[in-house]
Unconditional design. Sequence first.
Length: 215
Amino acid sequence: MSLLDKMRAIGRDSAGVSITEFAIVLPVFMTLGMYGAEIAWMNAAAMEASQVAIALADNASRLGQTDNSGVTPTISTDDVASVLTGALEEGRNINLEGEGRVILSSLEAHPVTGKQYVHRQQCKGNLKKSSSHGKPDPLGSALSGIANGLALGKTKVTAPAGSAVMVAEVWYTYKGLFGTMFVQPFTMHEQAAVIVRDNRNLTPGIGNAKSSNDC
C-alpha cells in the first residue's frame, strides 16, 4: 500500500472521534464550570457578609430588652462584645474572624448641640480595618460632629434625640475559590443600621467606654 493510500485510509477512519472531540472541549467546559463556581461562591460570601451586618445591627438594637428592672438599662462593653462574637460565629462559613472584621458604632444626637456623632465603637476580627465612619467620641464633646448623619450607600442615617442608631459594618477579604485564577483578593464592605428598640442609658462615660480592641 502506497503512502497516499495509507493517508486516505486514515482519513476515512472514524474510530476515536468522540474521544478526540471530548478531549478538545473538556478544558473549555472545565474552565467555564470553575468560573461559574467562583462567581457563585463570591456572591454567596457577599450575601453572608451582608446578612451578618444586618443581624449584628438588629441584635445590638435589642440589647437590654430582657432587663426587667425599672431602671433604664445601660449597655456595657461586655454586652456589645457578646453580639460581636455572635456575628463572627455567624460568619464562620466564610472564616469571617480570620479574614474579616465586624465593627459596631453607636450613632447618637448630642443632647446639647444636636449634632450627629459616633459615641462609642467596638470591633472584633483579625483584619486590620477601621470604621468608614471615623473614630468614636466617648466623651460626647461632638466637636467633630456629623451634621447630616452617616451615609450608608445612598441613604442618610440619623439618630433621633435621646436615642441611638446601631451601625454595623462588616469588612471581609475575599480570596478566590481557585486562588488567583479568576479573581484577585479584594475586601468587601457591608453595612446595616437599626435604631435601638427600647430606652437606653446613653450617658457619656457610663458603660459606653470604647473596647480594648482598637478599631
